[in-house]
Design a binder for this molecule. Structure first.
Ligand code: SF4
Ligand code: SF4
Length: 489
């Protein structure tokens, strides 16, 4: 499908021309306007309420349901706790998110840009506040042109104060996911929070203020790479916002005596577009959708709501500006009013199958995830020590990760090395065939241990051996291969 590479709505087509400020008319009604409100409430609700949700993980554990604990190197999401070595879960989430974006774009076009992207959501909120203080589109244009006065000053100042407050909240909402939000709020208010907390809040809040307050949809047109490559994901069955020119042209206003005539007579020999420009006035990027699909269109569908309301007024069917696939639009232009579902193609099912597969793999991996792990490092200086009785001793450093809240009890044995015995510094006993190692809950136990074996156990300079660590609480066993070094024989 073709998309005009129009860099900006109001710059005459040059990518270097300065953009002109858009003054979108605010729509109170319409199905897509209501969907935008819903997306705004859900996404900002999650953003601002998310850090305050609680989740009981037992004593000593963070009680915040969603938390990225950078100092503790842990991430929490309700009952799931991710350790640094399990970062592959993040990879899985990113893969699912990317596939979902492909799937939704192939199906519903730029629905992410128009409804759910946080740039769109915050811009929507900022424009709504602007309208509260400065009035509707025409009043805002007049106010900007008017000389400074007390009236202009309080309206502009009121808007800026609200924007700054929201930006501060945006910054706080973000850092609230990275620290205990109750303590963080107290520390921020008393000036006791760390410099990094104030700096992160300033950066996020500053970006929110500049991008949503001033740059607005220019971010979507000029800065966001997604708009540049997403048309590659579209095909003729993807839903897009477009003007049905076969029905709308030749356009023209309804004037004079024509106003009183029935719609069938009035529009019998002309197009249905009454050239009211409502679709242009509500557009946040200020483009005219009647010029064709353009990169500057973020797919918010507000022009669909605007045109539908005009069609209702003049008694014509809705859908002159429609949110539909180009396949259906072309079929209607050819007189075929049946419509095909965007789901009716193999591509969307392939996306769904891959998303389902990755989700099942992740769920399986989460359900069967290890509750403990072990890392073993063979000491190299020296590689071995010859001890009395024709025996050789090797040193190892053990790190046992106990990933549950309660204390862990582990039993270590050596396999594959004849007559091997162990001793662990700090653990009672010497030359043992098995060693019991306790590790505190939710922590890493580090042990230095020695394995001793007769020189005769080695056939050369080294032998293979396996450490088997059994979790006595669950019965699960982890095995790690290593080597045992000795003198040349
Ligand atoms: S043309 Fe319509 S769908 Fe596209 S950005 Fe403007 S109002 Fe939104
Ligand atoms: S809102 Fe509809 S009728 Fe009015 S100018 Fe746009 S396309 Fe034409």
């Amino acid at each position: 499908m073709s998309v005009q590479n129009t860099p900006s709505p109001t710059d005459g087509g040059s990518p270097y021309a300065a953009t002109k400020k858009a003054y979108p008319r605010f729509l109170n009604a319409g199905a897509f306007r209501r969907l935008k409100w819903l997306a705004l409430i859900v996404s900002l609700g999650f953003y601002w309420i998310g850090p305050w949700l609680r989740w009981d993980r037992g004593p000593g554990a963070p009680g915040q349901a969603i938390l990225v604990d950078l100092p503790g190197r842990r991430a929490y999401c309700f009952g799931i706790e991710i350790w640094p070595q399990e970062v592959y879960y993040l990879t899985g989430i990113l893969i699912i998110a990317a596939l979902l974006l492909f799937f939704i774009s192939a199906l519903l076009g730029r629905v992410w840009c128009g409804f759910a992207c946080w740039q769109t959501v915050f811009t929507d909120l900022f424009v709504w506040i602007e309208r509260l203080f400065e009035g509707e589109r025409a009043q805002r244009i007049l106010l900007d042109k008017a000389p400074w006065s007390a009236n202009k000053l309080w309206r502009k100042a009121g808007k800026q104060i609200c924007w700054i407050l929201i930006s501060i909240l945006a910054g706080f909402g973000f850092i609230g996911f990275f620290d205990d939000v109750h303590l963080l709020l107290r520390d921020l208010l008393t000036g006791e929070a760390g410099v990094s907390a104030y700096a992160a809040m300033a950066v996020i809040g500053g970006c929110c203020y500049l991008l949503a307050g001033f740059a607005r949809e220019d971010v979507c047109i000029y800065m966001c790479p997604y708009s540049r490559f997403q048309s590659a994901m579209f095909d003729e069955h993807s839903m897009i916002v477009s003007y049905e020119s076969w029905r709308g042209e030749p356009r023209g206003p309804v004037r004079g005596a024509g106003r009183g005539r029935p719609a069938e007579q009035l529009f019998a020999e002309r197009g249905h577009c009454i050239d009211c420009r409502m679709c242009v006035q509500v557009c946040p990027t200020g483009i005219d959708i009647r010029d064709g699909s353009q990169l500057a269109c973020i797919g918010c569908a507000l022009c669909v709501d605007a045109c539908n309301s005009m069609m209702d007024r003049v008694g014509l069917p809705r859908g002159l500006v429609s949110y539909d696939s180009s396949f259906n639009q072309q079929a209607r232009a050819a007189g075929d009013m049946s419509s095909s579902s965007p789901m009716a193609r193999p591509r969307v099912y392939i996306y769904l199958a891959i998303i389902g597969l990755v989700a099942i793999l992740m769920a399986y991996s989460l359900m069967t995830r290890k509750t403990f792990d072990v890392n073993i490092l063979h000491e190299r200086a020296p590689m071995y020590v010859e001890v009395s009785g024709g025996r050789v001793r090797n040193g190892y450093t053990f790190k046992i990760l106990n990933m549950v809240r309660g204390p862990g009890h582990f039993r270590l044995t050596v396999e594959g090395l004849n007559k091997a015995t162990m001793s662990v510094i700090g653990v009672d006993g010497d030359q043992m065939e098995t060693v019991d190692l306790p590790v505190d809950g939710d922590s890493v136990g580090t042990f230095r241990m020695f394995v001793t074996a007769p020189n005769a156990s080695l056939s050369g300079k080294k032998a293979d051996l396996t450490f088997a660590l059994t979790n006595l609480d669950t019965g699960k066993v982890v095995r790690r291969d290593n080597l045992f070094a000795g003198p040349e024989r």
